[in-house]
Design a protein around this ligand. Structure first.
Ligand code: CMC
Length: 379
């Protein structure tokens, strides 16, 4: 019958080819343009990974230098982007700020309607360079702090943290942040990337596609999970003076209770990976370094307690958002800023997919099976 062919949530449906990344749940691996993400996270800057995702190859030294020069000189926000952000209430969700900012940036861009591969790449690089300032600007305005201008002598991750906190971050912190950006950069046909491809498939522009993708990323079943993980930690209660064991015991009890109430606990489970998310070990290692750097072993207790209890009860493994949330918390970001950081990273993957969709486009327009009232008529 018609209904038997419906694949709810497009689960298991292959929609198109992509050469951007390969997710292999069997071997628990993720490749960006053929390179294992763990190797990239260990050895490459986020700037190099961005060029790899866009161009298909790692940059030469000259290509990298050219991009770094462009990126460093295009970081400042336009005045009308700042003005648009200022019009939004300070208590709106920061994802709304990110979505609005990208929309305004699109309206500003002189090549907004030019979808040639060259213009599209330039727009992607532009967004890459500017989005960190949106996150930093918004984080600071929520704290009633003055704006910190970007610094051209700092790399992407150093400058992101500089603009947000107004001080130079320690190398360990910069490195953990860089690792998170590399791991968040790309993940095949996830909901937000697919959204970007759907929008692109109508021949709409790049900024519209990214704006739509941000809307999809906001939800807690997708990017919003990194924020939701932190809400769980806060609900359990973060007690700095507590031992690792005490924290783990409380976290386990919380999880057992949550599962008894049939709650979905954010940061666990994945549509594609059923035996663990390939990105988690690398991100967990970065979190471990932050826990050591900040001397916060009780956070590890909470982390282990939840993971163990979920494993024992349901054999469901953590996803990337689980170690990423507490990492950003330790760095000093407000919880609501975690998903906007994810935007900054995923702009690379989204725009790589937008370019790929554009190059071999077919309008994405699936069918539906009607289950409403039979035909009827107005009397
Ligand atoms: N907590 C409790 N139970 C869970 C969870 C969870 N996080 N994830 C899956 N399950 C259970 C679910 O209740 C269901 O059980 P049952 O068969 O008894 O009804 C079973 O596992 C299958 O789950 P599903 O939701 O039907 O599977 P799915 O493939 O549609 O779900 C998912 C994938 C990511 C939406 C889901 O695991 C989930 O909601 N996780 C929490 C949100 C989250 O962490 N999202 C981030 C995803 S990865 C990074 C990203 O994209 O940002």
């Amino acid at each position: 019958t018609e209904t038997e062919e419906i694949r709810k949530g497009l689960a298991g449906v292959v929609v198109d080819y992509t050469a951007v990344s390969k997710v292999n749940p069997e071997s628990n691996s993720l490749l960006y343009r053929g390179y294992p993400v763990q190797e990239l996270a260990a050895q490459k800057s986020f700037e190099e990974v961005a060029l790899l995702l866009w161009n298909g190859e790692l940059p030469t030294e000259a290509e990298l230098q050219e991009f770094v020069t462009f990126e460093r000189s295009n970081r400042a926000l336009d005045e009308n982007v700042k003005a648009a952000i200022d019009l939004l209430p300070k208590n709106c969700h920061p994802m709304d700020v990110g979505r609005t900012a990208v929309s305004v940036m699109g309206a500003n861009h002189p090549k907004a309607e030019d979808s040639s591969p060259e213009a599209e790449l330039e727009k992607a690089k532009h967004l890459f360079a500017k989005f960190p300032a949106v996150v930093a600007y918004d984080q600071r305005r929520r704290r009633d702090q003055d704006v910190v201008e970007p610094r051209e002598d700092l790399d992407y991750s150093q400058n992101f943290l500089w603009m947000t906190f107004g001080e130079e971050a320690a190398p360990e912190v910069v490195d953990a942040f860089r690792v998170s950006m590399v791991l968040y950069a790309e993940h095949s046909f996830n909901a937000s990337t697919f959204t970007a491809r759907v929008i692109t498939s109508t021949l709409s522009d790049l900024h519209s596609a990214v704006t739509g993708a941000i809307g999809a990323l906001k939800g807690p079943l997708h990017g919003g999970a990194n924020e939701a993980v932190m809400h769980t930690f806060h609900e359990i209660g973060i007690r700095k003076e507590e031992s690792r064991e005490e924290a783990a015991a409380r976290a386990k009890a919380w999880m057992e209770d949550a599962l008894a109430q049939k709650k979905k606990v954010m940061g666990f489970g994945h549509r594609v990976y059923k035996n663990g998310d390939s990105r988690v070990p690398t991100m967990k290692a970065a979190l471990d370094k932050m826990i050591e750097y900040y001397g916060r072993s009780e956070m590890l207790g909470l982390y282990d307690g939840l993971e163990q209890a979920m494993g024992e009860a349901k054999n469901i493994k953590p996803n990337l958002d689980y170690p990423a949330g507490p990492t950003y918390h330790l760095m000093g970001f407000d919880t609501e800023m975690f998903t906007p950081i994810f935007i900054a990273a995923r702009i690379t993957g989204w725009t790589a997919h937008i370019r790929e969709q554009r190059a071999a486009n077919a309008l994405i327009r699936p069918l539906s099976a009607y289950n409403g009232p039979e035909e009827r008529h107005l009397s």
